[in-house]
Ligand binder design. Structure first.
Ligand SMILES: Cc1cc2nc3c(=O)[nH]c(=O)nc-3n(C[C@H](O)[C@H](O)[C@H](O)COP(=O)(O)O)c2cc1C
Ligand code: SF4
Ligand code: SF4
Length: 355
């Protein structure tokens, strides 16, 4: 039915890479030409064609799709009827033998909607429970739980692939969409603010040797190595919190500090906007339907968090302070996570390759 399949995957810790690999294997079994492209900052390459199938798989972040994915879809050429399917991976967990599904919110259907608006024929959307990778907030799942969740996901993805490759449609229920719409305000806050703050909670501990692997691996090119003698990673606002740097660092040197979070909370909640509006703004702006208070406070938060992080990063260059600060993080004691069969080598391929 399809002459060519292009699988686009965005991944932090390999889950979505694994989902892509299962799909590719099913396509290869049918002898269809398959191309794989990793979603990074470079533009995706695609020749829209009614005999081509595009597969999009990526992690769920903040109950929606990550910025990087949304942006890349907006930059895609017009679909001209190209068929597309969407498989967001989400946080599956298992507690005391009980499996809990993740919540992809609008991740699947928002992406499908954008693809539709760009002229793609969306034939399937399905959320895939893979082991949760948010190791900034919880320790990595045990080997047993990881294997259990992955072994449940594999047949689901393979079945989905078979149905789609057979020319049929496959949409999982309306419930995730309803839940996603209900959670949409949280997703908006996540995309415009929380994600930026999360990027500034990362720092390199005293275990960091400056090997630069984190910077090379980052799909957003969000890490800058700074320092003349001993180079250390510095996290910029471009970070999408995909967790690749944290979970693939060979020295487990990437940490997230709750102390930084508390510091940002106190800095960010100083009501600067109220002060500015009452003391300096004389223009009658209230007739405009714009939340000036919110906009000023938002700008203030971004600037103050940026400066506070810059100061902290400089202070962390002092080794003694770095050792103490690193020992005070919760993540130092957390197990890391990445998909069992996905190595750094898998994620460092040229962004486009054939199978
Ligand atoms: C910052 C962040 C936010 C996340 N938000 C969600 C979420 O809202 N719902 C969910 O089900 N999973 C969430 N997850 C979990 C990931 O989507 C899930 O583990 C995914 O399989 C990771 O895929 P990857 O390894 O390809 O990056 C989140 C993970 C991170 C790091
Ligand atoms: S944080 Fe890890 S990966 Fe990054 S430079 Fe340091 S040791 Fe290397
Ligand atoms: S800085 Fe780390 S968490 Fe952020 S996008 Fe890059 S690899 Fe992912």
């Amino acid at each position: 039915m399809f002459e060519k399949i292009v699988v686009f995957f965005m991944t932090g810790t390999g889950n979505s890479y694994q989902v892509a690999a299962w799909f590719v294997e099913e396509a290869a079994a049918l002898g269809v030409e398959t191309q794989v492209q990793q979603i990074k900052v470079t533009k995706l390459s695609i020749e829209p064609n009614r005999r081509t199938l595009c597969v999009f798989t990526f992690p769920t972040h903040g109950f929606t799709a990550p910025w990087l994915l949304l942006k890349q879809i907006l930059y895609l050429p017009r679909g001209k009827g190209t068929v597309a399917v969407v498989l967001p991976s989400r946080a599956g967990t298992r507690i005391k033998g009980i499996s809990l599904p993740g919540m992809e919110g609008t991740a699947g259907y928002l992406t499908a909607c954008l693809l539709f608006l760009k002229g793609y024929r969306v034939k399937g959307v399905i959320g895939v429970d893979m082991p949760s990778n948010w190791t900034a907030v919880h320790w990595g799942l045990s080997k047993e739980n990881k294997e259990f969740i992955i072994s449940a996901a594999e047949p689901k993805v393979r079945h989905f692939a078979k149905v789609i490759l057979n020319g049929q449609v496959y949409f999982h229920g309306i419930a995730p969409l309803m839940l996603g719409l209900w959670l949409a305000p949280i997703s908006v806050m996540y995309l415009i603010l929380a994600q930026l703050i999360l990027s500034k909670l990362f720092f390199a501990s005293d275990k960091c040797i400056g090997c630069q692997q984190c910077a090379n691996l980052c799909p957003k090119q969000a890490i800058v190595m700074v320092g003349s003698k001993r180079k250390r990673p510095y996290w910029t606002y471009s970070c999408d919190s995909c967790m690749a740097c944290m979970n693939y660092c060979p020295y487990e040197a990437v940490e997230v500090s709750p102390i930084i979070g508390i510091m940002f909370y106190f800095i960010g909640t100083i009501p600067i906007s109220t002060y500015i509006l009452s003391h300096f703004v004389t223009l009658p702006l209230s007739w405009l339907p714009i939340n000036w208070d919110g906009i000023i406070q938002y700008i203030y938060i971004l600037i103050s968090v940026f400066l506070a992080y810059l100061l902290l990063h400089t202070a962390l260059g002092w080794r003694f302070f770095c050792i103490i600060f690193s020992k005070l993080t919760h993540t130092r004691y957390f197990r890391r996570y990445h998909a069992p069969n996905v190595s750094v080598k898998n994620l460092n391929q040229p962004s486009e390759y054939h199978r």
